[in-house]
Design a protein around this ligand. Structure first.
Ligand code: ATP
Ligand code: MG
Length: 125
């Protein structure tokens, strides 16, 4: 866990925002082999806060990346063994967008890890 945001308050539905973050953590754990590294960081970029979940696991194929937040999208390589129903990231996006925020996914390519980010406006101080 890396944090340089200080206390960054966000107005929203705490249960659902936690559910969004939990889905990113679930994916990072599921698609990263044992011994891998998962880093959660919180960075304040006023007037927003950026939460990033970074792993050094399976990465995402280039063809899948633009669709990764769509409902029922799943990676081929992972489907047989570990993959779920393809719902988690669609849920993450919906929750974050309903809070006026944005999501993004980055990867260095297959086998090279992924980064998922959530950007949310901070509450007025
Ligand atoms: N951290 C990650 N590393 C590599 N691939 C990922 C990662 N997160 C998501 N993916 C890919 O994106 C696809 C969609 O993810 P999503 O969370 O929506 O569904 P899922 O994990 O398959 O099922 P579930 O509905 O249980 O979450 C996954 O099947 C996987 O191929
Ligand atoms: Mg998932």
């Amino acid at each position: 866990m890396e944090q340089d945001a200080g206390a960054a308050a966000v107005i929203g539905d705490a249960k659902r925002l936690v559910q969004a973050l939990a889905n990113l953590l679930d994916n990072a754990a599921r698609y990263t082999p044992p011994g891998g590294r998962i880093v959660v960081s919180v960075t304040r970029q006023a007037p927003a806060v950026r939460i990033a979940v970074r792993d050094d696991g399976a990465g995402i194929e280039a063809g899948l990346l633009p669709h990764v937040f769509e409902l029922f999208t799943r990676g081929e390589a992972m489907r047989e063994n570990q993959g779920g129903l393809g719902i988690g990231l669609a849920l993450v996006k919906n929750i974050v967008v309903l809070h006026g925020g944005t999501v993004a996914a980055y990867t260095q390519g297959a086998g090279k890890g992924s980064v998922f980010t959530i950007n949310l406006a901070t509450a007025p101080e």
